[in-house]
Every structure is written in structure tokens, then in C-alpha cells.
Design a protein around this ligand. Sequence first.
Ligand code: ASP
Length: 268
Amino acid sequence: MLKVAKFGGSSVAGTEQFKKVKAIVDRDPNIKVVVVSAAGKRSSDDHKLTDLLYLCHAHLSYGVPCDDIIHTIEQRLCQIRDELGISFDVGSEMEKLEKSMSKDMSADELVSRGEYLTSRLMADYLGFQFVDAADCVFFSFDGQIDREKTYGAIAGAYEKYGRIVIPGFYGRLPNGRIRVMTRGGSDISGALAAAAIDADVYENWTDVSGFLMADPKIVPDPRPIERITYAELRELSYIGAQVLHEGTVSPVREKNIPLNIRNTNQPE
Ligand code: ASP
């Protein structure tokens, strides 16, 4: 049995969530590839790293300093690192980032650092090999994923290292530059990884117990939809069901890989 597990922003928002992820992964040796989003909100008044980075880019492009935002991001990452005793050197990564920041820096390049840094921490914490999405997820010039090249690179990394962590949401263009997907795109990265290694299951770990009949933020305690076809899933995602990015369905559908929506906060 071969599984790919993708953990969304709420599943990696802070120390406690990291611990839950490790418990899930340690319990299941079938999970070989872990795909990670950028740390999301820890509470309703918190900020997603991705939003902070987009804000940072807006500051940069108007020539307004964004040191405070960078400092907030660094503090969050350092807190996770220190509380979990991870050795990853957040300070020098942030220094590198600050040095590369200029008015001309692309938003994609900057924003991708949310997934990159969160995944570096997770890889260290899980004891898995980190594989940069820039080295295994490839776009063509038209902005479509080059599936053949991507599948080959992910399968190669998996064969080489056995258990790997890949950041979601971004990849590399033929000209070498970083490109991000649309918001919520880490779901797609997970589906690509599942298709690449011919996984038996793609587990999409989030903060709801399955695909629900209504948005739990609006309707209290909605019932889960036990089973759904790929076509229905794509349609519901397309018309606004928040749980999954609509682009997730095609790679797993092509390879007939079941997609399983799981709750990091209620793994059973
Ligand atoms: N971090 C990105 C976002 O907030 C991508 C993702 O979470 O899938 O949209």
C-alpha cells in the first residue's frame, strides 16, 4: 500500500498541529510522500503565511518597508522550530530571503517561500528527505503543469529517498523562475505526487471530517458525503466547495486513485 498525504495550512499552522501530523505519519508507514501547505491560521484572528507574504510583496512593489511582516513570519517559524527542537536554520533562510527581496521580485517567488519554509521544518521534524518543488514540479510556458516531466521527477525522488516531503503550491517554469498555482493549489501538488508514484490512495488532510453536505462554518454539523464520483467532486469544488481545489481531480482520476478527505484534528 502506497499513500501520498497532503496537509493543508490549518494542519500545519503551529506546534500542536505539527505534532498531530507527525502522529498521523508515524502511525502509517504506507505514507511515503508528504505534501505541505504554508502554515495557516491558528485562530480566527491569525494570518496565513501566504497572506502575509502577498502583503509583503504589495509593500515591496510600492517601496514601503515590510520588516515587521518579515519579522512576524520569522517569529512564527522560530516558535515552531524551538518548541519542537528542530534543527533547521530559520535565521539564515530568512536572511537569504531578505537579501533577495527587491521591488522587482516576483510575487510568485516571494509567496512560494511560505510552503518552502513550512516544508523544510516539517521534513526535519518527520525525519523525511526534503525535495524542493522547484526541482520536481514543472510548468510549461503556457502555465499548464508538464505532467510527464513532473511525474518523472517526483517518482525519481521517491525512489531515491524512500520518504519525502514536498512543498505544495509552486513549481518551476522552463526559464527557471518559480511559479505558484492559484490559491489552495497545494491540493493539486498532492494529486500530482499521488499520480507520479501510482499511489493506492491520496489522503487530503484538512480540518473537516470528509466532504460535507454544507459548509460547517455556515451550517452546524453537516453530514459527510460518504462517496462521490470524480466528476461530482470536481463540479462541487468548481462551484465553490472549499475543501478541495478543483484542479485536484484530474491527476487522480486519470490514474483511478481514490481521494480520501481526512481530518487532522480527528484522525480516526
Ligand atoms: N498556501 C496557499 C494558499 O494559501 C496554497 C495552499 O494552501 O494550498 O492558498
